[in-house]
Design a protein around this ligand. Structure first.
Ligand code: AHR
Length: 329
């Protein structure tokens, strides 16, 4: 818990942008005792679309409890209008800080301006927005473009060990308009354009980051593009759904169709240990502790970077069995 004086002082300097986000706050909700105050955080989660999201939700809830932060949590079920409503509710409840993982990149300026006018700092987590950067203090989350580039480099490794020719890639994209879908596609294509002009993306469509979406869309791909011999799925869950359709079509996931995904959740590692996913570019969902630390720094008037990036690794199928028992999510 933080001392009331710190909240009342609360002006936040954001070093990376040089922007000054004035967050002069009224006293936050009382926890009682000793003049100390607890922080109330209003958090709007995207939804519960994937294993990654479940791990992220757990991380946020656990970290808030461990940090003594009172958490108001809402699940937007992948709908922007639900997130906007949740943010407005948090503003009217006069929470101390708002955090959200934006389902899509656009359309946030009005509601973030409302938060700013109410002097409630907004801290983005997980996903970027394309809004005026002065409307939020910082983003705690991954560099999705780099994740896409890393996925392409993992595919280079997979194909070096087990070449196919020609290389016909199907892509299962994440939620249309979301930062991870946009940036992962960009990063992946960047490497293909620079180093593999002969690798062809034969089809690319959204599976909305869900297992069922991956299954349905892959079934359609196999009909329309039977020449597919590589799948790049923007997350593990869509890759796992796709494996079901690949096997139902009598093909072998991981050999007839090489598969590279992003995330590194438990079920992705299980599929990788079975040789059905060839490689995974990690996206770490355990953002809770870093988010709570950032919130405390910001509300104490401290300085934070404009983008606090997550550390991540790459994994190939040969490492999966050893690493699976040690995975935290
Ligand atoms: O924003 C992170 C992405 O959202 C994860 O990669 C995906 O699994 C989730 O749904």
């Amino acid at each position: 818990m933080l001392d009331r004086r710190h909240f009342l002082a609360g002006a936040v300097v954001v070093t990376a942008s040089g922007a000054l986000a004035a967050c002069s706050k009224k006293a936050p909700a009382s926890s009682g005792g000793g003049g100390e105050k607890t922080i109330t955080l209003g958090f709007s989660q995207v939804g519960s679309e994937s294993g990654w999201r479940s791990a992220n939700t757990k991380s946020v809830k656990d970290a808030a409890a461990a940090a003594g932060i009172t958490l108001k949590f809402s699940d937007a079920q992948q709908k922007q209008e639900n997130q906007i409503q949740a943010i407005r509710d948090y503003i009217s409840q006069k929470v101390d800080v708002i955090s959200f993982s934006p389902v899509v990149t656009s359309g946030w300026d009005t509601v973030m301006k409302e938060a700013k006018d109410a002097k409630i700092p907004v801290i983005l987590t997980d996903r970027q927005v394309d809004s005026d950067a002065s409307l939020y203090v910082t983003l705690v989350g991954s560099d999705f473009e780099i994740e896409g580039e890393r996925a392409a480099h993992l595919l280079e490794k997979v194909l070096a060990a087990s070449p196919v020719s020609p290389v016909n890639i199907a892509v299962l994209e994440g939620t249309t308009g979301s930062a991870p879908a946009i940036e992962r596609a960009k990063g992946f294509k960047k490497v293909l354009d620079a180093s593999h002009p002969d690798w062809k993306i034969v089809v690319s469509q959204t599976g909305d980051f869900t297992r069922d979406g991956g299954k349905q869309v892959m079934a359609a791909f196999l009909q329309s593009h039977p020449e597919t011999n590589v799948l790049f799925a923007h997350n593990d869950d869509m890759g796992i759904g796709a494996i079901q359709s690949i096997e139902a079509a009598g093909k072998k996931a991981g050999s007839d169709i090489k598969i590279v995904t992003i995330d590194g959740v438990h079920d992705g590692f299980v599929a990788m240990s079975q040789g059905k996913i060839n490689a995974i570019s990690e996206c770490n969902p355990l953002l809770g502790p870093q988010l709570m630390e950032t919130i405390k720094t910001v509300l104490n008037g401290g300085t934070v970077e404009k983008w606090i990036k997550t550390k991540e690794s790459d994994f190939t199928a040969d490492q999966a069995a050893d690493l699976l028992p040690k995975r935290e999510y």
